[in-house]
Design a protein around this ligand. Structure first.
Ligand code: ATP
Length: 382
């Protein structure tokens, strides 16, 4: 790909893209990894040019709750929605809970409020990183788990009072699948696979369900089939979730995009994440019609707060997903180039053994990783 240094392809004579980003640094290692991700974003922006990211901090999290008795600053949710994307570090502290014992989780409300239905979890093997599978093809693992994130078996969990509980003899949780959300989700999956195919991936969407047992899942698959008709250039496949769990261990390198129900996606993404290294590499995006929320998949890791042990790469890779999302939204090459530059620099850092996080048995903490990564980015090779 051609690199245009310091020249703005998306800039008209008078204006350039100014993109407001809501930043919730949150709890535990959240602030450290967010600061690292912003440092890397800014390094990429300086190299590529063509856009401005305007960061607007919103205070939220368990620490905020402990101090002020509410989990997000007044007006915070509205301000988050006014930005073009939300970047979040991590939320939650084991010592701070609601009176009923549940965790402080303003981000779950944001997911519900903005209907962030498309949960993207990339699972990619980076060079020179530890992997539990000994098969040499494990180095080819590069797939996306697309988890529906607003309904499914989490429908009851998202809103208090949706579970049906009798006296003390039974409880029912509802698995809800709607046509509207499923259509959007499957369309998203096929478009993602088409885009990945253009970049050299297989171009395969696998519908992961349990349609042999549940009517809800048969409905989910039926909508998958309907939507697939509009994407004849993308290969499609089917898998039952139990068989898929086995195949993620036996032949994960054969998959590309896996589209699935909320609970199945929750479980499979942790399993798949375990195939390619630690939590410090697990990026995550949650996208809706209006906005997207980008955050590392790991928690606030309070056991290593302030020790410089946190691996910021999951946050950095989530920031690259955010650039991808904004590139699509604005049809802007500069944002897309910045995303590629960050991803390539992470890959190159591992390839050349210059990125060695403590978390993966190496000797580098948050600050060293950030420094090396910004150096690689300023090399500008991608
Ligand atoms: P949550 O329920 O919020 O996901 P959790 O308690 O399940 O949180 P994490 O906070 O993700 O889990 O931490 C699990 C373990 O992984 C901890 O030992 C933590 O130190 C480690 N860990 C998590 N993220 C990172 C990271 N970015 N770098 C290094 N270690 C991490």
């Amino acid at each position: 790909m051609e690199l245009i240094r310091g020249k703005n392809r998306d800039q008209t004579a008078m204006s350039r893209l100014h993109i407001p980003i809501a930043v919730i640094r949150g709890d535990g290692i959240g602030p450290e990894t967010t600061d690292s991700a912003i440092c890397v974003l800014e390094a990429a922006r300086e190299v590529i040019d063509g856009f401005e990211l305007v960061y607007q901090e919103i205070l939220a999290g368990a620490g905020y709750y402990a101090k002020y008795g509410c989990d997000i600053e007044p007006g915070g949710e509205v301000r988050a929605g006014d930005a073009e994307a939300i970047f979040l570090g991590a939320i939650g502290l084991p010592s701070v809970r609601h009176a009923d014992g549940t965790e402080i989780s303003p981000h779950l409300r944001l997911r519900d409020r903005f209907q962030l239905y498309a949960g993207i979890r990339p699972v990619k093997a980076y060079p020179n990183t530890p992997r539990p599978l000994s098969d040499r093809r494990a180095s080819d693992i590069d797939l996306i788990i697309l988890r529906e994130s607003t309904e499914g078996l989490f429908y009851s969990a998202a809103v208090h009072g949706r579970s049906r509980i009798s006296d003390d003899s039974w409880v029912e949780d509802t698995l809800r699948i709607t046509r509207e959300t499923s259509e959007k989700l499957h369309r998203f999956a096929f478009q993602l696979a088409r885009k990945r195919k253009a970049g050299g991936s297989r171009g395969l969407v696998t519908c992961v369900d349990k349609s042999n047992v549940f009517s809800s899942m048969a409905f989910f698959r039926r909508i998958f089939d309907e939507i697939s008709l509009s994407y004849p250039d993308v290969e499609k496949g089917y898998s039952y979730v139990d068989a898929q769990a086995l195949d993620l261990i036996r032949r994960p390198w054969e998959f590309d995009v896996l589209v699935t129900e909320n609970m199945f996606g929750d479980i499979l993404s942790d399993l798949a994440g375990g195939l390619v290294g630690g939590m410090g590499l697990a990026a995550c995006a949650e996208i809706g019609d209006q906005t997207g929320l980008f955050q590392p998949a790991h928690g606030s890791a309070p056991d290593i707060i302030g020790t410089n042990k946190a691996n910021p790469l999951a946050a950095v890779l989530s920031a690259a997903l955010m650039l991808d999302y904004l590139a699509e939204k604005h049809q802007a090459d500069s944002l897309n180039d910045a995303a590629r530059l960050i991803e390539h620099s992470v890959n190159r850092g591992f390839q050349e053994d210059r990125l060695r996080p403590f978390e993966l048995g190496g000797n580098m903490g948050t600050l060293e990783i950030t420094r090396v990564l910004t150096e690689l980015i300023r090399d500008g090779e991608y």
